[in-house]
Design a protein around this ligand. Sequence first.
Ligand SMILES: Cc1cc2nc3c(=O)[nH]c(=O)nc-3n(C[C@H](O)[C@H](O)[C@H](O)COP(=O)(O)OP(=O)(O)OC[C@H]3O[C@@H](n4cnc5c(N)ncnc54)[C@H](O)[C@@H]3O)c2cc1C
Length: 379
Amino acid sequence: MDFKLTEEQELIRSNMREFALKYVEPIAVELDETARYPKEVIQKLSEGGWMGMPFPVEYGGQGTDYLTYAIAIEELSRSCAATGFTMSVHTSLALMPISIFGTEEQKKKYLTPLAKGEHLGAFALTEPGAGTDVGAATTTAVLDGDEYVLNGTKTFCSNGPVADTFVTFAWTDKSAGPKGMSSFIVSKDAPGLKIGSHIMKMGIRASQTSEIIFNNCRIPKANLLGSEGSGMKIAMNCFDHGRIGIAAQSIGIIQAALDESISYSKQRIQFSKPISKNQAVQWWIVDMATDLNACRFLTYNAGWLKDQGQPFTKEASMAKLFCSEAAMKHTVKAVQIHGGYGYVKGVKVERLMRDAKITEIYEGSSEAQRMVIAGNILR
Ligand SMILES: Cc1cc2nc3c(=O)[nH]c(=O)nc-3n(C[C@H](O)[C@H](O)[C@H](O)COP(=O)(O)OP(=O)(O)OC[C@H]3O[C@@H](n4cnc5c(N)ncnc54)[C@H](O)[C@@H]3O)c2cc1C
């Protein structure tokens, strides 16, 4: 068993760290305060080839493995979890399904500009009445000649207000149960597509979130992704990939919390000595560092399985569950280590704590991960 990352993976890690320190870290507080989309950063990520990492070169990607992509998300999220998530949704939830299930024509037309970073992708599955219970969705798609006509409202669509291409889901045959849902590629300029209200959030504030409304939205029949009825399978496949991305995002958050906690605890003097000299503070930091190691092993193992072409659903859920809960637990401790100063706007751990919370909710809540894992180990 070899636990060592390859030279290329280490190089990508240090390149992304350098990128994040130069372009993201200096504006992270401002992005959080203003909830502004970091267009210039995404542009720079595109120019550097980061927006299409794990896709074939022939479709505009960089041909890296998935583990390498996860390491890049980790390092980007260490500076700004919102920017890390923008890249992760684009890659794991929008490009990946087109890469895996798309036709040659769809890959040329949609995957290539997305992988080059000329376009931004989004994933629209959740509806007001259908979150964890995906099957409660009501959006429909009816074939009318050479077009599908979509009707329904999606919510919590990340990248929604700024995306060029959406991967979405609708019933083509509700009576067929889970096998009646289909997946579609929708361009932002499709007639009948409207970006609904923007959703302001507790954390990852620079990630743009909105409703997406399909009102007799007409798309070419050729934009069906996979076959009619394969939508649920495609959605679950997206989540397998996406959960590795969220686990990596959580690792970036924990690493940042650890960095801040070590540095602050060594320089904050109380009772004539640094607070790091107190065993209570040391143990919080030790637990943080230990869980961080465990998070990396779980996540890199899931990414490695994916890259070996082996099943990785259970491992991706385990990584997402463990890392997101660790991120929440340890960012709360990081604030505690900072005392009152950790509660102040503009101090990094305050943002990290708010950003960490969402990792336990999206791409399947912790409860949903436990359902997936139970389904795998108790069958
Ligand atoms: C910031 C943000 C970004 C998002 N981005 C996207 C996106 O890009 N695309 C997209 O499609 N969706 C997105 N989502 C939606 C997200 O995936 C859902 O919020 C999530 O799946 C939970 O659904 P819900 O919010 O409707 O909660 P609900 O499903 O209503 O769940 C509420 C609570 O009940 C629990 N619960 C529900 N059912 C069960 C059960 N059977 N057993 C035990 N507990 C249960 C849940 O775990 C949760 O704690 C995003 C959400 C947020 C907040």
